[in-house]
Ligand binder design. Structure first.
Ligand code: ACM
Length: 381
């Protein structure tokens, strides 16, 4: 790297404490590791990249204030956000200041911003795969439970439409406070018992997921017939709840740490060498990692780091990610990803039980009027 050039400052906006810190900590680690790799390989256009940290404290208003602070200080590109409420609070600030947000988290879809790249799964890349798997394997009766904010409501709307169009039934839809009490969770567990047999689709997040799965475990439901299926229960949440509470439940995601490829083995080894041998790695962690490399690819193509030049070069940027080759879809600003379904094991990992044969293009607006067609958009890259 040329020592005389000033460094390129990149924002990393995640929560170090609060409801979803359990996963956001791993996303911060992933961004840090990717930046270290880029610097070790010569930096961005020969300049060192440095991270300016913002701490959202799992609070949208705080996240927005932190984004303001970073952008006002001259940071142009921010990697960050987990909860959709946080992304929605941050994005107007990023747009107003003509910055760029890389959002590394699965979400509800139905959004586009020319100032945002979405590197987590859209519903056609996870919800549809989960629903299909559960309908084939476990039956038709779904019980929907989520945390009380925008992602679970929107995600449940999509799940309901899809399940019903496939001949399934949604028997109930319930929301828990972001920080549920034991009584809140006991009420939902009692309600699930009244409706049994059902499969549960959970869109709880962070610490609420730990509490809910532990209560489900204590309630003694048979997971071979009544599993919980989720999009938001990844390896960090499994580690928090413990293997006994986790075993037998399902998650759909483009990445699991157990993917058997040499590329993933190298990534997992490097991540654990950097952050500890038990460091959990989920799809959100991996997205946080590869999106920094996609950004670096756009910078290399642009020969510049200003947002206008980078944005113009983002479409088609590709990277050999741990999940498989990924690519930015210029039309939607979302990412071509590899859907998978995993069953949690007692070791706090996922055994992969279903895997897309080809990468799947994002369809964030689920543009086919017939929900049954939402999963049918495979695209080889
Ligand atoms: C989420 O809120 N997008 C998990």
């Amino acid at each position: 790297m040329r020592p005389t050039d000033s460094p390129i400052r990149l924002g990393a906006l995640f929560s170090d404490s609060g409801l979803t810190a359990v996963v956001e900590r791993t996303q911060r680690q992933a961004v840090t590791m990717a930046v270290e790799e880029i610097n070790a390989a010569g930096g961005l256009l020969g300049r060192e990249a440095v991270i300016e940290a913002g701490n959202s404290l799992s609070d949208p208003a705080r996240a927005r204030a932190e984004a303001e602070r970073l952008l006002a200080s001259g940071v142009e590109t921010i990697f960050g956000c987990y909860m959709s409420s946080t992304r929605r609070a941050v994005l107007p600030v990023v747009e107003q200041r003509r910055g760029l947000l890389f959002y590394p988290t699965l979400y509800e879809g139905f959004e586009y911003s020319s100032h945002c790249i979405y590197s987590g799964a859209a519903p056609n890349q996870n919800s549809v795969w989960l629903a299909d798997h559960m309908l084939r394997r476990y039956g038709t009766r779904f019980y929907l439970v989520g945390s009380n904010y925008v992602f679970p409501y929107e995600s449940n709307r999509i799940m309901r439409d899809y399940v019903q169009s496939c001949g399934g039934v949604v028997v109930e839809e319930r929301y828990l406070p972001l920080h549920p009490s034991d009584e809140d969770i006991a009420r939902v567990i009692g309600d699930i018992r009244r409706h049994a047999p059902v499969m549960v689709f959970s869109t709880t997040v962070g610490d609420a997921t730990t509490a809910f799965y532990r209560a489900y475990d204590r309630a003694g439901f048979d997971r071979s017939t009544m599993p919980i299926g989720s999009l938001t229960t990844g390896e960090p949440e499994l580690a928090a709840m413990g293997g006994d509470a986790a075993e037998g439940h399902l998650t759909a995601a483009p990445y699991f740490s157990t993917i058997g490829s040499p590329r993933n083995a190298r990534f997992v080894a490097a991540f654990r060498a950097r952050w500890g041998e038990d460091a959990p790695i989920s799809a959100n962690t991996e997205a946080a990692y590869f999106q920094v490399h996609l950004y670096a690819e756009a910078v290399a193509r642009a020969g510049a780091t200003d947002v206008a030049s980078v944005r113009a070069n983002l479409p088609g940027c590709a990277y050999d990610a741990p999940q498989g080759p990924v690519r930015i879809d210029g039309r939607t600003h979302h990412t071509v990803l590899w859907p998978r379904v995993g069953v949690a094991t007692a070791r706090g990992e996922f055994a992969i039980v279903e895997e897309a044969a080809a990468a799947v293009a994002p369809d964030p607006y689920m543009i086919d009027p017939e929900p049954r067609a939402w999963g049918a958009r495979a695209l080889a890259i």
